[in-house]
Design a protein around this ligand. Structure first.
Ligand SMILES: N[C@@H](CCC(=O)N[C@@H](CS)C(=O)NCC(=O)O)C(=O)O
Length: 240
């Protein structure tokens, strides 16, 4: 039965434009699955988000539910070997990165004009020129509104960077000099962390986030280690 991960391949100076697609790709590899990769069609699924996965007739949406689905199906645990306290830390770190730092990164890409033109604007390039401008304006307004309701959009850019620096310092402190968060082998949280921190680290965008990451001597080697292990060869049909 064919398993297909839907998302996007290399873009914006990273293995993908989406932290959660990168996380999902890495977790499926960690689970030992053989799977195909195809460009997402967000209109074709009820949650209108990527990643989503098709496993034969089954459709699984959201990176976390995809993880749960395959862990259960295969009888595997991506946090195998972790203590109770480590499992608690892993989940908390994942939530910090995906539910806060991720949105700071989204703000940098979608709200800052230079970054938007350089990056997310590319998603709208296939639209006819006559409607492109208004569709872009509506999409950016929706993102701005989402960020405002989340709360992160209410802060100044300097305040957001102060919060991002705290999140990244917390992660760097926990990682220390270990190859992965909990030792010699990656666990689930390393995939989530790679997705978000690699996205923040991209020099494709003009953002202080990449400078903050560079201040921690363990973060760049950590990202390189994961990229070499899981994203070295181009596997997406759309890969440039
Ligand atoms: N909680 C979801 C988040 C997925 C998500 O936010 N995906 C973004 C790309 S990073 C997306 O599809 N955005 C399209 C949209 O919101 O319209 C997960 O973990 O899968």
């Amino acid at each position: 039965m064919t398993i297909t991960l839907y998302g996007w391949g290399p873009m914006f100076g990273a293995p993908g434009p989406s932290p959660t697609v990168m996380k999902c790709d890495m977790q499926l590899q960690m689970l030992g699955l053989d799977f195909a990769r195809e460009t997402a069609d967000l209109e074709s699924v009820s949650k209108h988000k990527a990643p989503y996965v098709r496993d034969g007739e089954e459709l699984i949406q959201d990176s976390t539910f995809i993880r749960f689905y395959f862990e259960k199906k295969l009888g595997k645990d991506l946090d195998r070997g972790l203590s109770e306290a480590e499992r608690g830390t892993a989940w908390s770190v994942e939530r910090m990165l995906e539910d806060r730092l991720h949105y700071i990164m989204v703000h940098e890409r979608w709200v800052e004009d230079t970054n938007f033109k350089r990056g997310p604007a590319q998603f709208f390039a296939p639209l006819p020129e006559a409607v492109r401008g208004s569709v872009i304006e509506q999409a950016r307004n929706e993102v701005r509104s989402m960020l405002h309701r989340h709360g992160i959009g209410r802060h100044s850019r300097a305040e957001r960077m102060e919060l991002a620096a705290r999140d990244l310092a917390a992660f760097a402190r926990l990682l220390g000099d270990k190859p992965f968060m909990f030792g010699a082998a990656p666990t689930a949280v390393d995939a989530a962390a790679f997705g978000v921190i690699r996205s923040c680290a991209s020099r494709f965008f003009d953002t202080q986030l990449s400078d903050i990451i560079a201040q921690h001597e363990n973060l760049d080697p950590y990202l390189r280690r994961i990229e070499a292990g899981f994203f070295a060869s181009p596997r997406w049909a759309s890969a440039a």
